[in-house]
Write a protein that binds this ligand. Structure first.
Ligand code: BTN
Length: 257
């Protein structure tokens, strides 16, 4: 299949009928995230979107890089101004991760799951990442979505290939890649629009999407995963039967994920 063209994805998003805010498109940019933060500081309204065909310094969580060559993925950042106390904002990233996984499942990718808090995996390999950066004092957050669309013909580093995948390899054969990428972005935008006034997720529904199951360790807490809280925390039941809600951290499980 041909590489992903961001303009076609955006056209599709518009056709599917979402009221996008102003879209700033860049053929190349260091990071859509940094540009969206810059625009938000300058007063850009909620819903402002920054999209790039490639990023030269794409950023992931925990200071990692996000592989962002042209044609391989969708790189987008959205300005959010949630009208609720900032203490509730941490759920934004889990909500977005849930939306990505639900969208992929809706597209027929049965193996899509959520690695808590916000990585979308397909059969254990990462296909999308969410980066939410919050600036409560300035009244905004920026939500970044990196979606691996097609690695075909792309020189993907070996270490990344071992742990990552693209949607193209898993979509039903007759699916249009641009339509699929648009639906994933739309799902994230819709999920925020639906939840923005209370910022709570439906824990039972979201819990069913979890890749993170069984015995895990998160930030020094070891326990069995028992689901999610409405604020997006992970419930762990420790060996002594005590239930602990963990709000941040990297998960390690027996599968080494
Ligand atoms: C992660 O899983 O570590 C989060 C990855 C987020 C990557 C996206 S791509 C668009 C936006 N711009 C960036 O520099 N990062 C985010």
């Amino acid at each position: 299949m041909a590489p992903l063209e961001v303009a076609r994805v955006l056209a599709r998003v518009r056709m599917l009928g979402v009221a996008l805010g102003r879209v700033h498109f860049f053929p190349a940019i260091p990071s859509t995230q940094d540009e969206a933060i810059r625009l938000a500081r300058g007063g850009a309204p909620e819903g402002t979107v920054v999209v790039a065909a490639r990023q030269t310094q794409g950023r992931g969580r925990l200071g990692r890089r996000w592989f962002s060559p042209p044609g391989a993925g969708l790189y987008a950042s959205v300005v959010l101004r949630p009208p609720v106390p900032a203490a509730q904002w941490p759920v934004l990233s889990v909500l977005a991760g849930v939306a990505v996984v639900e969208a992929l499942q809706g597209l027929g990718v049965a193996g899509a799951r959520l690695k808590w808090p916000n990585d979308a995996l397909i059969e254990g390999r990462k296909v999308a990442g969410i980066l939410v950066e919050a600036f409560p004092d300035a009244g905004f957050a920026v939500l970044g979505l990196g979606l691996n669309a097609s690695f075909q013909g792309v020189d993907v580093p070996a270490d990344l290939l071992a742990t990552a995948t693209d949607i193209e390899s898993h979509l039903p054969a007759d699916t249009d890649l641009h339509d699929a990428a648009a639906k994933v972005l739309l799902a994230v935008l819709h999920s925020y629009q639906r939840a923005r006034t209370d910022l709570r997720l439906a824990p039972e529904r979201a819990g069913r999407l979890l890749w993170t199951t069984g015995e895990v360790e998160v930030g020094g807490v070891r326990g069995r995963v028992a689901g999610l809280t409405p604020s997006g925390e992970l419930w762990l039941v420790e060996e002594d039967g005590r239930a602990v809600a963990v709000s941040v951290g990297e998960v390690t499980d027996a599968r080494g994920h």
